[in-house]
Design a protein around this ligand. Structure first.
Ligand code: PXG
Length: 309
């Protein structure tokens, strides 16, 4: 297992060793998936779009009536401090807030204090080769959870829907699952948003189709608009993907990944597309030039962290 030797975990207001970072079996995050989370990336000693991630976390929490025990400013500092404590330069930050420890039974009223923890580590969603050769998708029979049941805009701890879809895809030898909504329109993948390029136009399903309002998705839409590319959010069927010139996925963990095959059909030329690659380069440049700095200039830890990566 990764990171066994002494990650420092921010847990309920203090930093503890990984071995001591324990949550109760009575925590409703574990018992009922009652909680919310964020996955954030650090690039070159800066935390990318930290404010947007924290805003989304607060929105998710508000939607489930969960009071985050820290202010936006305190949480910002806790994330940056987590990075410093773990000498993170490039990496992944997982922020989780659960309903907290309570009695058995669904009632959140039995949980007086939310549990909050931050893990600063690394993540690799797909093998490196996938970014060069492209990824194979399989449409899952499992549908995206309906917004009328649990709005996918809430980044909750209920990922079983996505996990089941991912397992289905894995069983067919595909790298990732494509999820449709109840009406049969494309929603997103198990942990990424989906984009289509056709005749120079860039399209992605609207959030109302069951897609998370991904931070990377927003970034790609912004970059494309700045580039003067026609951008549209509209409902799409699998047909739109099958006949696309290019398809790619976006996500904090995944970054930007070309798709070359869906349900046995070759997409475009069967190689990562040129617009996908251009957007990836633009996105990479942006990640290295924006976001709050983890280390102040000249801080010895900064050089040390950079060297370790
Ligand atoms: N859709 C879903 C369902 C997600 O969970 C995205 C899209 C992409 O959104 P961002 O804001 O990251 O561009 C996500 C992202 C993890 C993990 O273990 C988190 C996600 C995906 C995969 C792994 O922290 N969330």
């Amino acid at each position: 297992m990764k990171g066994q030797q002494g990650k420092k975990i921010f847990l309920d207001g203090t930093f503890v060793d990984e071995a001591d970072a324990k949550v109760s079996v009575f925590d409703h995050g574990l018992l009922y998936g009652d909680g919310v989370f964020e996955g954030i990336r650090a690039y070159g000693g800066r935390v990318f779009r930290l404010e947007e991630h924290l805003e989304r976390l607060f929105d998710s929490a508000r939607a489930i009536r969960l009071q985050i025990p820290l202010s936006l400013e305190e949480l910002t500092n806790a994330v940056l401090e987590s990075c410093r404590k773990n000498s993170l330069w490039d990496g992944y930050i997982r922020l989780v807030v659960t309903r907290g420890k309570g009695d058995l039974g669904l009632n959140p009223a039995s949980c007086p204090k939310p549990t909050l923890f931050i893990i600063a580590d690394a993540i690799r969603l797909y093998p490196a080769s996938v970014y060069e050769r492209g990824l194979r998708l399989h449409t899952a029979a499992v549908r995206r959870v309906s917004p009328t049941a649990l709005d996918p805009a809430i980044k909750s701890l209920n990922y079983l829907n996505n996990i089941l879809a991912k397992m289905e895809a894995g069983a067919t030898g595909a790298d990732e699952a494509l999820l449709l909504n109840e009406a049969g329109y494309v929603a997103e993948c198990s942990g990424d948003n989906v984009f289509v390029v056709k005749r120079g136009e860039l399209a992605t399903p609207p959030v109302s189709a069951g897609a998370l309002s991904g931070i990377t998705r927003r970034e790609i839409l912004r970059i494309a608009r700045d580039e003067g590319i026609d951008v549209v959010e509209r409902n799409m069927t699998r047909y739109d993907l099958f006949v696309a010139d290019e398809v790619f996925l976006t996500g904090t963990a995944a970054e930007i990944v070309p798709v070359i095959e869906i349900d046995g059909r070759t997409i475009g030329t069967g190689k990562p597309g040129s617009l996908t690659q251009e957007l990836l380069l633009r996105f990479r440049a942006l990640t290295r030039s924006s976001g709050p700095l983890i280390y102040s200039a000249g801080e010895p830890a900064a050089a040390q962290a950079a060297q370790q990566q």
